[in-house]
Write a protein of this length. Structure first.
Length: 297
């Protein structure tokens, strides 16, 4: 498959504000991404326990029944050479270059796990909520720093996204006008009630290895993952080079803040002062279907 978008694909993106590229990455690529995701998960969870503090990279939640879910880890490129290289992979960059008509420059990256933890991990001060993401667009978070609306995000599916796994749900065409947001809890934003039609959203379900490209103004959300399997999305956000925003402006401070704690954990582990207590859950029988589809919510 050519990495350059066709005129029809560009027209679809301009009309809808998003585009699905199914099964772009091979099974071998996805297997490696999953391995890296497991390594990062183990590193950040065990580091949190060893240091008796919740890592600033980790966002997890505790459900009313006591079960735990890892919602996301951000940033991650400094923790994985392979995932860092994926953020520069032509299969990802060339479609964005077609849309931007400019060179895409990485602004931020995160791994949205939506990963249930089979056995509760003790020592993690998790927030009591679920793993849904409220109705929002990304630029609602970016505008405080005067970031351009021309930012594009990409979501690479490490697992098959099904209706049960809490897929991203989008509002086609909602990128054409900014919709006002309001605060929802600590650090969260959502579109103000009455400004978007809930019936107009579409679930993006796709096989592992697919890419969802979407505009920073595209309104989207997701429901909790009820599948009891992870729904891992590797999300990168790029800006056009002409915006001249600089290097690692959004995630850089978090890397500097968290790296000393992670090094401290590794020193403790090497010295025998701490032994890992968490291992990434083993996922079996959750393979790509080789097809994708869109369904109304």
């Amino acid at each position: 498959m050519s990495a350059t978008l066709t005129p029809e694909q560009l027209s679809q993106f301009n009309r809808d504000g998003y585009l699905v590229l199914p099964a772009v990455f091979s099974d071998a690529d996805i297997g490696r991404m999953r391995t890296e995701a497991d390594h990062i998960l183990e590193l950040i969870v065990n580091s949190s326990i060893a240091n008796k503090r919740l890592s600033g990279r980790l966002e997890g939640c505790k459900l009313p029944d006591g079960s735990q879910i890892v919602r996301k880890i951000q940033p991650i490129n400094d923790l994985s050479i392979f995932l860092s290289r994926i953020s520069e992979d032509p299969r990802l960059i060339e479609p964005m270059r077609s849309i931007m008509n400019d060179d895409p420059v990485l602004m931020e990256e995160k791994l949205n796990y939506k990963q249930p933890v089979p056995e509760p991990v003790h020592g993690l001060p998790l927030t009591e909520l679920d793993d849904r993401f409220f109705i929002h667009n990304d630029w609602a978070y970016y505008q405080a720093q005067n970031y351009p609306q021309s930012i594009l995000s990409s979501a690479i599916s490490l697992d098959e996204c099904t209706e049960e796994s809490g897929p991203i749900r989008v509002w086609p065409g909602s990128h054409k006008t900014y919709v006002e947001h309001q605060r929802r809890g600590v650090g969260a934003l959502e579109v103000k009630p009455g400004l978007i039609d809930p019936a107009a959203r579409i679930s993006v379900t796709c096989p592992a290895g697919s890419i969802l490209l979407f505009h920073s103004l595209l309104v989207h959300d997701s429901l909790p993952n009820s599948s009891r399997r992870p729904r891992r999305l590797m999300i990168y956000s790029h800006y056009p080079r002409k915006a001249n925003m600089g290097n690692d402006v959004r995630n850089g401070p978090a890397r500097l803040r968290e790296a000393p704690w992670e090094r401290q954990y590794l020193r403790m582990k090497l010295a025998g002062a701490f032994k890992d207590v968490f291992t990434a859950p083993v996922v079996r029988g959750f393979e790509s279907t080789g097809s994708f589809w869109l369904s109304g919510s």
